[in-house]
Design a protein around this ligand. Structure first.
Ligand code: SF4
Length: 460
């Protein structure tokens, strides 16, 4: 199966999986209730969102300047900055640093950028032990899965699923409560922090004027990941820039509200470089790797560029009817949901992920919710147009849509086929795409015009 067929197959299986949908509905309902509370902290939320849009616009329009400003300031703070043009270069840079420091064990805090470059597999292939320390990431790592959601990686698991998993992998009793499970994870991880040679994180924001990266988290695991190991490596996509430290006053609460429904995330940390002499803990060396990996291509397209404003809050996933039906793994890409469907085809190539831009109802719920006002559903349409111009749709599909358009614009053509014929054609042409889990459309035997005439005694 090619990636599109695989996607359609998985999507139809997941759409019919009621247990899966119930778990998602439950977890998303908790999130939505939290977001409604979090939003109450704003006297003018729309103004905050417009300001955030303007700050990200400024950052992205002058990205080269801000990145160089960050580099200058971070170097001055004693850190090191490396640039990676793609995933392979990013992996090699990280492996090189680990090798240089004779690292054998790594602790990691949550980072979608490291997922993007499939870092864990690369490290494990070299015999390096990797421990995910974010609870959600810890759960999916134990399960041998990839993150299901960009903010809540284990959203698809119920507490019973997690208890069963811990029972099988860690030997804890099967009836453990969420609190007990959290304590079990904490116990499993504590020793790893202390013994790890290298700590790896992502970066929520790259702060240009402070020469710092900002990390926001709820468990304190990112702080522990960067406190004990002698080396801290942070991998960040180049678009994560904020011009000024003052911008965090707007972005930290916005990310917390839309990401998890909190007023502010529990731990918000600025990392400005390796530990100073006066500091008790912290790494002796700190590296920030600025990764492109397809971002420049998106930046080069004036229409698409706004996709780089994304702060990865995950809100568009949680309101998307497609995501809520098929779930995160079905997308087969690091970034799922509406934002994933916009950017993944440009990161992974349209052959591998172009179909995702077509997997949308175009209802606009994503655009309506996005805290930085990215015009997501129109970007999906833009991608479709772009890919079709590049020959993405086959000639058969193009012909079908041409006929469809012709028929839809011509009442006599539409009425020409009888209901019987329409039902036959539907079965022949669309039954497979329609799937077995939905009731087939049954066309009436008489046309709309005929029915209208019968009811009103005149033509419509
Ligand atoms: S596109 Fe908007 S809503 Fe979606 S993850 Fe990014 S910032 Fe959040």
């Amino acid at each position: 199966m090619n990636p599109k067929e695989e996607f359609l197959n998985q999507a139809s299986l997941k759409a019919a999986d009621i247990t899966h949908r119930d778990k998602l509905r439950f977890n998303i309902s908790k999130y939505l209730a939290g977001v409604a509370e979090g939003k109450k902290q704003y006297s003018n939320l729309d103004l905050a969102r417009r300001k955030a849009h303007a700050v990200k616009w400024k950052a992205i329009e002058s990205l080269d300047n801000y990145l160089m400003e960050f580099e200058r300031n971070f170097l001055r703070n004693g850190g090191q900055v490396l640039w990676a043009k793609d995933a392979e270069e990013a992996r090699n840079l990280i492996l090189g640093i680990i090798e240089k420091h004779h690292g054998r064990t790594v602790v990691k805090s949550k980072s979608m950028a490291t997922e993007e470059i499939e870092l864990n597999a690369a490290l494990e292939a070299k015999g390096i032990e990797v421990a995910e320390t974010d609870l959600g990431e810890f759960i999916v790592q134990l399960a041998g899965e990839k993150p299901y959601h960009i903010v809540t990686p284990a959203m698809h698991k119920s507490k019973e699923d997690v208890a069963k998993l811990f029972h099988e992998k860690l030997g804890t009793p099967e009836n453990y409560t969420p609190e007990q499970l959290t304590m079990a994870a904490r116990e499993a991880l504590r020793e790893k922090y202390v013994k790890a040679d290298i700590g790896i994180t992502g970066a929520n924001f790259i702060v240009a004027d402070a020469g710092a990266i900002a990390i926001t988290e709820n468990e304190g695991n990112a702080r522990l990941t960067t406190t004990f190991p002698k080396v801290h490596i942070a991998l960040a996509g180049i678009e994560r820039v904020l011009p000024s430290i003052n911008d965090l006053a707007l972005f930290w609460p916005l990310l917390a509200t839309y990401g998890t429904g909190q007023k502010l995330t529990v731990y918000n940390t600025l990392f400005t470089g390796p530990a100073k002499e006066s500091e008790a803990g912290g790494p002796e060396e700190m590296y920030v790797i600025l990764m492109d990996n397809g971002r420049s291509d998106i930046l080069a397209d004036v229409q698409l560029r706004q996709a780089m404003h994304c702060i990865r809050c995950g809100a568009c996933l949680n309101v998307c009817p497609v995501y809520k039906t098929i779930g995160g793994h079905t997308y087969g890409q690091t970034y799922s949901g509406p934002i994933g469907s916009v950017i993944s085809p440009h990161f992974a190539g349209k052959e591998k992920a172009g179909h995702l831009s077509f997997a949308s109802s175009l209802c606009g719920a994503c655009t309506e919710t996005c805290p930085v006002k990215i015009d997501l559903h129109n970007l999906l349409l833009y991608n479709r147009n772009l890919f079709n111009k590049e020959g993405y749709a086959g000639s058969m599909e193009k012909r079908v849509w041409k006929w469809w358009r012709k028929a839809m614009l011509n009442r006599s053509l539409m009425n020409m086929a009888s209901g019987k014929m329409k039902n036959f054609m539907f079965k022949k042409l669309f039954a497979k795409a329609w799937g077995n889990d939905r009731n087939a459309i049954i066309f009436p035997h008489t046309s709309f015009n005929q029915q209208w005439k019968k009811q009103h005694g005149r033509a419509s």
